[in-house]
Design a protein around this ligand. Sequence first.
Ligand code: SAM
Length: 415
Amino acid sequence: MEENQLMESGVSQLNSNAFFIDPVRILNRSYTRFRVSPSTYYSRFFDSLNSAQSPKASEDFRKGKRKRKKKIQSLNEREQIADRRHQEVKPFLLKAHEALLEATDLLKVLRNLRNDGCAVGECKELSKETSELSFMELGGVWQAPLYEIVLNYQQDDKTLQNGGSPLAQSIEQRETPVFNNLVANEGSYDIEAELFNHKYIIPKRSCFYMSDMQQIDSLIPAGSDCGFNLIVIDPPWENGSARQKVRYPTLPSRYFLSLPVKQLCHTAGALVALWVTNREKLRDFVENDLFPKWGVTYAASFYWLKVKANGMLTGELDLFHHRPYECLLLGYCDGKDTHSGNLTRSNPIPDNRVFISVPGDYSRKPPIGELLLDYVPGSMPARCIELFAREMIAGWTSWGNEPLHFQDSRYFVSK
Ligand code: SAM
């Protein structure tokens, strides 16, 4: 039952409040000619397949217990608040995880997600030889305004409909500045794009704006009803831990106060979804400074619980600084046509909803945007934007200094 749901939609309901999701299947809805390569998406957490709990995991668990015991005695005031918050959400997380462990057929599918749909030899590993473009370096030089991306539109729609051969496809090329410019694929097919000999796959009906935060005001809509009804934000929060590898530049929290969230909202209002870390100082800042400055009223919290391919959590639930879950804070922003609490939306948003998935690359969040659509104010289809995006999704605008990162063709296979 659950595995059928997962196969069809990439989402499987485990109980009234918990879902297992396969990001690869969800992302694949954005593509017609290509599909996301599961082996490159799931580059981690597929190493302990055959054990219910590997010896290493048990050892980590014991260590974790020791660490927690030691810590609990020496928690400062802020850490005690964080611990209370954790204890409140823990029953929801445990219940969701238990439901996953009881879904034995789903667990079988889970173990195989990395090789899903790949013919023998097709499941590629991420090539270490081909380097990735550094968009931040490229965007920082004086020549940046001159750099153009080439969009290759295939003209096969008509050819195929008329019974013509796909070999007769013609390609129409369009060149457009890649930085500080809204680049759109308005067609109903995904397309290939080229930039400095690298290929990128652009989903159908999607667009990106690649710039530094200083230029984000260019996205503020000029028209009265051109704003966004759903705004997902995953800021480059500074990480307290010096040990953690930095894969992108981070910014002090106060910088995000200047994000023009209110101005990006649709006149009918917006649901704002903000990824936060488990640091209490940050939660405090979001609740007391950031949301009020953005004009966002807190509504609910969702949780992303991370599991390995064998269904076990990626770390011990009680381990203080390395929780195997992340939090998505949800709130509403009034638009010009709405007054506080007067938003037009059909469903009340649930609290403490849990999404379980196997994580992809470092800091890559699962694409749960469409699971929020039921709670978005205004008329459908909703206008959606992701801020600090590293990938693109059909129907969405992606903004950040590297929204093409996971669009590199090395993360895809042809259909
Ligand atoms: N949500 C993304 C995902 O799932 O892959 C991860 C986003 S990551 C937490 C934050 C992103 O913000 C990184 O891509 C980083 O390069 C970008 N970033 C950092 N500083 C920025 C700036 N000044 N302007 C725009 N983007 C910035």
